[in-house]
Write a protein that binds this ligand. Structure first.
Ligand SMILES: Cc1ncc(COP(=O)(O)O)c(C=O)c1O
Length: 391
């Protein structure tokens, strides 16, 4: 086995393997039911696969245009205008990406300069921090606090200064399953008014919002739309997380910079899949029915855990459910998740993984993007957890 012959200075010294990989591997090794990583255990519709196969056989197998296949960009722009009211320009204001992760990374690499400050809200999705660090930016971490995890706008106002280049937001929010209100967007708009601050709005769960609330995205707020790169993911919307296709929309000035990096970062994204997604998007019901589809799973999961020692926090969107376990154990959350996986046979994610300082509130995250049989089997095991069984 070859070894690099000199000391290596890491550009991300604090970063190890993500908790999602760690917990999924542990679930696999122990045979536990995996409610940790956020992906469905059911398949997408054959109709989608048929379109991919169609385009492959039709010869659509070479590089797509750098910004994305025109039919897909047109379908995205139509959807965004119909749902949120902003008409983005197909040529200059929409780009198809290799999933939301690449979109987020590219947005930061293209728009954050060394020394710039980037505001994020903790608990924060783990891809944001390393992207900012690699760009030479400085993370400014706002805290969302249990049990409602609302932004503290006075704290955000105090944190904004001359070095603030970007604010990264995420609604519906992973991991807390909170959804921003119209007032939250109004506050953000007021705080950024007159500034050059760029908003990166991670809206990968835009179609998974419960309890008759609308998703309030930056594209629905004209003032924020003008300063935002809005990120979405077909993986989340169409149950194909492994395909890694997403998109961004934003004003042309920001998109021009985004594309300068995108063209060297990935250049272009899987052609037959793009064309298939364009066809599949023609039926709006396929994304419009997603909220009801996941609400039924959330309700099934919560109902099946009623009476257990887990205290369920509200889940207003996404396919995640937070649970407090302090009535069951006083272990740190990472230990508790390890124990739950090995001894109870259900894998979850410790919330401390989403905090830079490892803040432990005795809260764990379950993913309910699973078949009802999977959820029922997991809940039966979870209901059996006795107080202090795992200490
Ligand atoms: C908040 C958030 N942003 C981005 C992503 C990444 O999306 P993709 O798989 O399209 O890269 C995820 C996936 O879990 C997520 O939860």
């Amino acid at each position: 086995m070859p070894h690099f012959p000199a000391p290596l200075q890491s550009r991300l010294p604090a970063v190890g393997t993500t908790i999602f990989t760690v917990m999924s591997r542990l679930a696999q090794d122990t045979g536990a039911i995996n409610l940790s990583q956020g992906f469905p255990d059911f398949n997408a519709e054959d109709a989608l696969f048929d379109r991919v196969s169609h385009w492959m056989h039709a010869g659509a197998n070479q590089y797509a245009p750098m910004a994305g296949c025109l039919p897909l960009r047109e379908a995205i722009v139509r959807k965004v205008e119909a749902l949120y009211g902003t008409a983005y320009d197909v040529e200059h204001e929409v780009t198809v990406t290799a999933g939301a992760t690449q979109a987020l990374f590219t947005a930061v690499a293209a728009l954050v300069h060394a020394g710039d400050e980037v505001i994020v809200f903790e608990p924060v999705y783990d891809a944001y921090g390393p992207a900012v660090e690699l760009a030479g930016g400085k993370l400014v971490r706002m805290q969302l606090r249990a049990p409602d995890y609302r932004p503290d706008w006075a704290a955000v106002a105090a944190a904004i200064g001359p070095r603030t280049r970007m604010i990264m937001i995420n609604s519906p929010h992973n991991p807390t399953a909170t959804v921003w209100s119209a007032d939250d967007l109004a506050k953000l708009a007021a705080l950024t008014r007159g500034s050059g601050i760029i908003v990166v709005s991670d809206e990968v769960y835009e179609h998974i919002v419960f309890d008759d609330q609308p998703h309030r995205g930056c594209a629905a707020h004209p003032e924020l739309a003008a300063r935002s790169i809005v990120v979405s993911s077909f993986g989340k919307t169409y149950h194909v997380t492994g395909w890694k296709v997403g998109y961004v929309v934003g004003p042309r000035e920001l998109m021009a910079e985004f594309r300068k990096v995108h063209q060297f970062n990935v250049f272009t994204v899987n052609t037959p899949v793009q064309l298939a997604l364009a066809d599949y998007m023609a039926d709006a019901e396929r994304y419009l029915r997603l909220s009801a589809f996941y609400r039924a799973k959330r309700d099934h999961f919560c109902h099946a855990l009623a009476g257990s020692g887990f205290e369920l926090l509200p889940s207003h969107g996404t396919y995640f459910q937070l649970a407090r376990y302090r009535a069951l154990s006083d272990r740190p959350d990472t230990d508790f998740c390890n124990w739950l996986t090995r001894d109870v046979g259900v894998a979850a994610i410790p919330l401390s993984a989403f905090f830079a300082d490892g803040r432990d509130e005795g809260v764990i995250r379950f993913c309910f993007a699973k078949n009802e049989a999977t959820l029922s089997a997991a809940c039966e095991r979870l209901r059996g957890v006795e107080p202090m069984a795992g200490r």
